[in-house]
Every structure is written in structure tokens, then in C-alpha cells.
Write a protein that binds this ligand. Structure first.
Ligand code: PNS
Length: 155
């Protein structure tokens, strides 16, 4: 059985992420979506909130990606590429993960053209200025993002 993991911060999940999940799941028997910590980012949503947002298709794991993959009997990591700006970060991460576990292969799926400019950071920035993100994220994420930003403003 081919098991692949698709890791990310998913803070929050965008339609671009969902597109990669849909397409990657057709390439393997089981796709595990992992909400992992990116130590260089300060998340807006807690891991619990992000996992709840991704519901059954996700598994929460705190630690190294290589351990997450091993724990799920997977040696395939899926990552989406939106263009050359993603490449150096992604390539460095793929090489680092292979240095930690030489069995691990990272497969890149190119983002669909309609999602090329989507990023979680931009979605959050647009929403924080009251911009419309309805066509960029699932409905549930749109609602939760608005609530989260309202709460932040009150504090
Ligand atoms: O969506 P992101 O923020 O680009 O995802 C990055 C993520 C979470 C996949 C990466 O930071 C990660 O794998 N974190 C887990 C800790 C780890 O294994 N670090 C070494 C990777 S080079």
C-alpha cells in the first residue's frame, strides 16, 4: 500500500491546499495530512483548531516530519510548489529530511494555475484588513478566520 504524507502549517487551509490534497490522494492508497509546527512562524490558529478545520483527513503530530512519516508507515512526502519562490525553501527542506532519513522521498505537485498566488499568510493579511477571501478558502475557514480576528481586535 502506498502511503504518502502531506505536511504543512495549514494556518489556515486554503483552496490551494485542498486542491493538492485532492490530487495527491489520487496518486496513493492513503494520504495523511499532517498539521506540523513551523518553528519560524507564529501561528494564528492553534494546532487543535487547524486539525479541527481539516477534520477527519488530518492527523496531529508534534515533532519532526521524518518521525511523523515513519509513525504513519510512509516514505513519501507531498508538497505543493507555486513557483520558483517556493523552490529554494522546499528543496532545502527536502534535502534536510533526506539527510535525517534517506528512505524519505519528497514529491512536488505543481499548484493549479488558479491557486498560484494563494498563500495562508496573504489570506490572513487580506482578512485582517477586511478584504474578501471568500474565493480563496473554504466557507468554514472564512467564518473562523473572521471570528479569530475579531477576538484579537478585542484583546
Ligand atoms: O506550510 P509550511 O509552514 O511551509 O510547512 C512547513 C512544515 C510544517 C512542513 C515544516 O516546518 C516541518 O516539517 N516541521 C516539522 C519539524 C521538522 O521536521 N523540521 C525539519 C524540516 S526541514
Amino acid at each position: 500500500m502506498k502511503v504518502a504524507v502531506y505536511p504543512g502549517s495549514f494556518d489556515p487551509t486554503t483552496n490551494g491546499h485542498l486542491d493538492i490534497i485532492n490530487r495527491a490522494s489520487r496518486l496513493c492508497d492513503k494520504l495523511i495530512v499532517g498539521v506540523l509546527d513551523n518553528k519560524s512562524k507564529v501561528p494564528l490558529f492553534t494546532v487543535e483548531e487547524r486539525v479541527a478545520q481539516l477534520k477527519e483527513i488530518t492527523k496531529d503530530f508534534s515533532g519532526l516530519l521524518v518521525d511523523f512519516a515513519r509513525a504513519n508507515n510512509s516514505n513519501i512526502v507531498i508538497r505543493g510548489l507555486r513557483g520558483v519562490t517556493d523552490f529554494s525553501y522546499e528543496f532545502q527542506m527536502a534535502l534536510t529530511n533526506r539527510a535525517l532519513d534517506s528512505d524519505l522521498e519528497t514529491l512536488f505537485i505543481s499548484a493549479d494555475t488558479q491557486y498560484l498566488f494563494f498563500s495562508s499568510s496573504q489570506v490572513k493579511e487580506i482578512a485582517s484588513f477586511g478584504g474578501d477571501i471568500a474565493n480563496m478558502v473554504p466557507e468554514i475557514i472564512n467564518e473562523q478566520l473572521r471570528k479569530k480576528l475579531e477576538l484579537k481586535e478585542l484583546n
